[in-house]
Design a protein around this ligand. Structure first.
Ligand SMILES: C[S@@+](CC[C@H](N)C(=O)[O-])C[C@H]1O[C@@H](n2cnc3c(N)ncnc32)[C@H](O)[C@@H]1O
Length: 299
């Protein structure tokens, strides 16, 4: 073997690692290898493409080896590098918050769509009703939904009051850090609360949530990289999986303003059950969207 072939260049490290991750059953092996190598070399992922034949330093390779070992054992890449991109915004994450999922971007899009409907209704309304709308993200975690909405509402309406709730003080710390780095800390009221317990008598035009919806049985059988690393409180709802949704449906119904929307991310497996819960609560116009991943209803 020539001396050149033995060098651990960027290209060779990526090939080897992506094969290793593939054999471990990791879904996007090359992407994950790139994310970890870019972090170890403290460069942007895109810069790897122009560094294929360069050799990372001894220190960079040591850091990368450690990342690869931990990822291979199940630890998610987002926790290893400490951040995850969501809705084109970089979110800091740690073991106290769920890693924001790409599917949840649909909930942000639906929220912005509904804000547009509310803004248009306001334009057609000749009464003196206030232009400020009220949005609430229940179970904010990393702040993904609240921060993405805060960054994007201004092209739809002038004034939006945003409340972000979580039961975990550690998650709220992360959410506030993310709001700060996204430049929207002043736009969001962060509240430590079990659902709406600490929210006083506030009501909202939109209540959006990606709540815990995993049943005990599903939780016991989750893949290691979720079960052993992501916060249990963010995932497990109880024996049936709909315990948090049942409470939330009733509490949201009592706080939604006339003409407002309740948007929920769920698992397609419980879509029909959630619909029955909503019917029992009294919600109208119940819709199951995005192949059962989102439900929307009105009072
Ligand atoms: C599935 S995670 C969603 C996190 C984030 N919104 C996202 O979509 O990435 C659910 C979040 O709800 C919070 N949570 C669980 N039970 C809660 C409760 N009773 N009241 C408020 N928040 C709760 C958890 O701490 C967690 O941050």
């Amino acid at each position: 073997m020539s001396e050149q072939a033995e060098k651990w260049t960027v290209g060779r490290l990526l090939n080897w690692t992506s094969e290793f991750f593939k054999n471990k059953g990791i879904e996007n092996p090359l992407l994950e290898a790139q994310i970890l190598l870019a972090k170890a070399m403290q460069i942007k992922r895109i810069e790897l493409y122009t560094s294929f034949s360069s050799e990372p330093s001894e220190q960079e390779r040591t850091t990368f080896r450690e990342f690869v070992k931990r990822r291979g054992a199940g630890e998610p890449s987002a926790y290893l590098v400490g951040n995850k991109e969501f809705y084109s915004i970089s979110f800091e994450v740690n073991s106290h918050v769920l890693i924001p999922r790409p599917e949840t971007e649909q909930l942000v899009l639906e929220s912005l769509d509904k804000l547009k409907i509310l803004a248009d209704n306001n334009c057609n309304d000749n009464s003196n009703s206030s232009n400020t709308k009220y949005f609430c993200d229940v179970g904010t975690g990393s702040g993904a939904i609240a921060v993405a909405v805060a960054k994007n509402y201004s092209r739809i309406l002038k004034s939006l009051s945003i409340t972000a709730i979580d039961i975990s003080p550690e998650a709220l710390d992360v959410a506030q850090l993310n709001a700060k780095s996204a430049g929207v800390l002043g736009n969001i009221d962060f509240v430590l609360s079990d659902l709406f317990d600490q929210i006083g008598d506030k009501s909202f035009d939109i209540i959006a949530s990606n709540p815990p919806y995993v049943s005990q049985d599903e939780y016991d059988n989750l893949p290691v990289d979720i079960k052993n690393y992501e916060p249990k409180i963010a995932l497990l709802a109880g024996e049936s999986g709909t315990e948090v949704i049942e409470k939330l449906s009733a509490q949201a119904y009592a706080r939604i303003k006339s003409g407002g929307f309740f948007l929920l991310e769920i698992s397609p497996m419980i879509a029909e059950k959630v619909k029955q819960i909503f019917i029992g609560t009294g919600w109208n116009n119940i819709q199951i969207l995005h192949e059962g991943r989102i439900t929307c209803c009105e009072k």
